[in-house]
Design a protein around this ligand. Structure first.
Ligand code: SAH
Length: 368
């Protein structure tokens, strides 16, 4: 492995320190920043307005690397799941993390991870079931976006980023917040804040700090139940950050352009998808500035719940609509490559094994 530190991942202040050390004027940091995050060059040598001497000096001290793609899997609907091997060096075990490219008619969405695995252990989520490794670093988070953008078709569609991959972003503030700043910076990735959505179970102290950031993304809250008792059965974090407090914090959160925060609600057959749950949910959020996104469970053999049928989904949705709730149903994308919500998990070998077990099972394909 390259022992040189990574230039990619440093923020403006970090780059200013580096260039100061090299005896350079401050504006040079802005140039390097633009090459890294707006132009997204893959080598220091490509930073052509820096002068050969400075490029050589930088390259002697720093590497420029994005996380290594170990595997790509393309789903029938155009979804591409990227598996990255992350190995941040001494003391940190190698691991696999995942990002998903999701094209549709109007926009291209990238779903990114902030942790290798997840410690929250939500009972219906494969990431949680598979366990937790570690927090990702800024370069590993931004590198997912850079890689997917680099490999996507140049179709001119707007980018949309969802922090909804593996992990709980608000348990990794130290890397997630700097990454969000670079993503939304007009001189960086230039993603408009309303096109970037962070999804969280509601880690309250971190959510309050996110609300204080000068520029903030959209917010999605993983709710999944209309009352604390049921939520506790599905999401252990309810013990620590309770549903009512999380909703209050979400209501106070300053969503970009006066929009509304989203409440995500995974529908689990017979568990939280009954008419009484819909009525309770509608009453819980009546008159509050939320919209609801229903996510029919994406199943996997390890997940001890079943997906609801179409009728249950329609009925649940209709009850909310009747009560004036703005509601959408998330169309599942990339299920065939286990790239859908809650299907991302630690090891590539596991994903393939599960895919082979899913009926109707074709003869196991040769490993590519
Ligand atoms: N930890 C964050 C980020 C993960 S986002 C959070 O919980 O919000 C992924 C979204 O997909 C969350 O709302 C999560 O609860 C949901 N999800 C997890 N497993 C799922 C599954 N099997 N089917 C459908 N949605 C699932």
């Amino acid at each position: 492995m390259d022992a040189r530190p990574n230039l990619f991942g440093l923020d403006r202040a970090g780059l200013e320190a580096v260039l100061r050390e090299l005896g350079q004027p401050r504006y040079r940091a802005g140039q390097v920043y633009g090459w890294l995050y707006a132009h997204r060059v893959k080598a220091i040598a490509e930073m052509t307005d820096l002068g050969k001497g400075l490029r050589d000096a930088l390259a002697a001290r720093f590497d420029l690397r994005w996380p290594e793609v170990s595997h790509r899997e393309r789903g029938a609907d155009g979804t591409v799941k990227f598996l990255f091997r992350v190995n941040a060096g001494e003391g940190q075990p190698a691991s696999t993390i995942e990002s998903v490219f999701i094209p549709d008619e109007r926009r291209n969405t990238i779903c990114i991870s902030t942790q290798a695995g997840c410690p929250l252990a939500c009972t219906f989520c494969l990431t949680g079931i598979a366990g937790y490794r570690r927090n990702l670093a800024v370069d590993e988070i931004l590198g997912q976006v850079a890689t997917v953008m680099d490999e996507a078709p140049r179709d001119g569609k707007a980018w949309n980023i969802v922090v909804m991959g593996m992990g709980e972003p608000l348990l990794n503030e130290a890397a997630t917040f700097p990454a969000l700043r670079v993503l939304m910076d007009p001189k960086g990735f230039a993603i408009p804040p309303r096109k970037l959505t962070l999804s969280t179970v509601g880690i309250l102290p971190a959510l309050e700090r996110l609300a204080q950031e000068p520029v903030r993304p959209n917010l999605a809250i993983s709710l999944h139940a209309p009352n604390p008792e049921l939520r506790r059965k599905l999401m252990p974090i309810e013990e620590k950050y309770a549903l009512h407090d999380v909703l209050d914090a979400a209501e106070r959160y300053p969503v970009p352009r006066g929009g509304r925060a989203t409440l995500e609600y995974a529908l689990l057959a017979g568990v939280n998808d009954q008419p009484e749950h819909a009525r309770e949910l509608a009453a819980l959020i009546a008159g509050r500035p939320f919209k609801v996104n229903l996510i029919p469970l994406n199943p996997a053999p390890e997940i001890p719940f079943a997906a609801p049928g179409e009728r249950a989904i329609d009925r649940f949705c209709a009850i909310l609509v009747e009560r004036g709730v703005t509601v959408s149903v998330r169309r599942s994308r990339g299920q065939d490559v286990l790239a859908a919500c809650g299907q991302l998990h630690l090891k590539q070998g596991e994903a393939l094994a599960i895919r082979r077990r899913t009926p109707p099972a074709p003869p196991a394909p040769p490993a590519s």
